[in-house]
Structures are given as C-alpha cells and as structure tokens.
Design a protein around this ligand. Structure first.
Ligand code: MIC
Ligand code: MG
Length: 296
C-alpha cells in the first residue's frame, strides 16, 4: 500500500474527523488557498461555480467534463486539501459516467456527487426540475462505483427529489442509491431541519446538507445540523457571491470616479496577497539560486 493516503481516503478521514465537516466552494486555486488559510479541511468545486466563474454561463448542464476537470486540476495542484466535485448528472450514460470518474481521480478529486436530474438539469433550488426514474439513477451510481480505480474514492448520490416527488420518495431514492454503491448522500433543497434526521436514519451513511444562500434551505448553523445527524455542511458559492459583489463595486467605482481611492479599503493589499501565496519564500529562493548573477 502506498504510504500516502489517496484523496478519497483523505476525504473520508476529514468526514470522520470533523462533525459536521464544513466544505467550502473554491472557484479557483487562490480561493482554495484562502479557504485553507481560514482553517477549512475540505474544498468543493461547484458546478454552478464552474459555469458562472469559469465560463460565464448559468448552471443548466451546459458545462462539460473538461470544464470541470480543468478547475479541479488547478485547485488540487495548489491546495493540499481533499476536494468534493459536483459532476452534475455525469454527462451521459454509463460510459460517460465512468470516464468522468476516471478523470476526476486523475485530476486529484477525493469525492464526487452525481444527481438524479435529467441531463438538461437546473440549479437544485429552482423550480421546474425533472428527474430520471429511480432505477436509472441507481444505474448511474453503479456505473460510477464500478469505474473507480481507488476503492476509497467517494461516490456521493445527490437526490433532487424532495422538491419534485416529496420527502418519502427522496428517501427511497437515497436508499436505492446506497444499495447501488453510493458511499454518502446529498439531500438537496431540504426545507425543514428534521428531514435530515429522516435521511440519516434511513440510509445510515454520511449525509450532506447544502446550505447555499438565496435558495430553499434556511441558513442553519453547524450546531443545528449536527443535532439532526448531518455529517457534512456545504457552502458551495458563499465566497464566490461575496467576491462577485466586491468586484462589481470596485469596477463601478473606478468607472464612475476615474480612480480607485474610494474602494482601496475593500482590496486585499499586495503584502496580504504575497503572504497567502508564499511569495517571500519564492523570492528568497530566487536570490539563493541567482543572487550572484544579478543584472546591472
Ligand atoms: C450545489 C450546487 O449544485 C452547485 O453547483 O454549487 C447548486 C448551488 C446553488 O445554485 O446555490 C445547487 O444547489 O444546485
Ligand atoms: Mg451544482
């Protein structure tokens, strides 16, 4: 056995170590560095985040496996934390799903979640969602579980059924997914706290709560979620939403005022940026290596 734990093993260890494990979205490598410096132990690549941030399009199943893989590879190259990746519906049938799983393992992900919406998917917190039959979803999970080269790699099944078919049907879908090989369950668009306890009691595997803002789920705290048995709490787009608002404010101010003095306090300084990037160590190394051959 390799002495270095795989990303999948590290994701499982993170879930076991923190109750509930807070998982934050990082829309790029630097965001991942910031999240790590704030103390988070696991990161998330959001489908909605890849769509909006990297491609400038809505979260409607338009992005490709490659779009997501590029962002995951950039994040895992820069930050040494286990990463959960949103692979939407898996981009097709069993072979597409197998390819998605192999790709995600290759780019360093520790876990993925795959959902039971139809290919032309929507954000989980929007109306008009349509689901594939529960047997088809179980097939998606089987295809994903079969494709892993690392048994520790985590397959998380997301069910969007609460909003479409109700709680009982959603729980039944989650159970079927666990029977098909899902390691963990993502209960999407939960509207009442005790619903998590119902999922947990039924599936007996770790359950994730998606605490995304401006959606259908209230912004419950980690303490409230822990009390109903939740194992992981996801904040998929919190930092992205904040970055987007801050950036727009800065663009508007510079455009309006002809200078950036009014917004300078909203900015991270050069020193703060370099501290987070470890710039000073690179500079020292550069001086060590090439200091005797300075130009001029
Ligand atoms: C978790 C999610 O799938 C995502 O892509 O980040 C979204 C989040 C959101 O739109 O707020 C979802 O819940 O569908
Ligand atoms: Mg998504």
């Amino acid at each position: 056995m390799s002495p270095v734990a795989s990303p999948g093993a590290r994701f499982r260890a993170a879930v076991a170590a923190e109750k509930p494990l807070q998982i934050v979205g990082a829309v790029n490598a630097y965001a991942g560095i910031l999240a790590a410096s704030a103390g988070f132990k696991a990161l998330y690549v959001s489908g909605g985040g890849v769509a909006a941030s990297s491609r400038g399009i809505p979260d409607l199943g338009i992005t490709t496996l490659e779009d997501v893989a590029i962002d995951v590879e950039r994040l895992t190259s820069a930050v040494d934390l286990p990463v959960l990746v949103d692979i939407d519906t898996g981009w097709g049938s069993a072979f597409n799903i197998a390819r998605a799983i192999k790709t995600m393992i290759r780019v360093g992900a520790g876990a993925v979640h795959i959902e039971d919406q139809v290919q032309a998917k929507r954000c989980g917190h929007r109306p008009g969602k349509e689901l594939v039959p529960k047997e088809d979803m179980a097939d998606r999970i089987k295809a994903a579980a079969d494709a892993r080269s690392d048994a520790q790699f985590v397959i998380m099944a997301r069910t969007d059924a609460i909003a479409v078919e109700g709680l009982d049907a959603a729980i039944e879908r989650a159970q079927l997914c666990v029977e098909a090989g899902a390691d963990m369950i993502f209960a999407e668009a939960v509207t009442e706290l005790p619903m998590y306890r119902r999922f947990k009691d039924a599936v007996k595997v770790p359950v994730l709560a998606n605490i995304t803002e401006f959606g259908k789920t209230p912004l419950w705290s980690t303490a409230e979620l822990a009390a109903v048995g939740v194992d992981m709490v996801l904040y998929p787009l919190s930092a992205f939403r904040a970055m987007a608002k801050a950036a727009l404010g800065v663009y508007e101010a510079i455009r309006r005022d002809g200078h950036q003095r009014a917004v300078i306090d909203a900015m991270q300084t050069r020193t703060e940026l370099y501290d987070k990037l470890g710039y000073w160590d690179y500079e020292r190394k550069l001086d060590e290596l090439f200091g005797s051959r300075k130009e001029g």
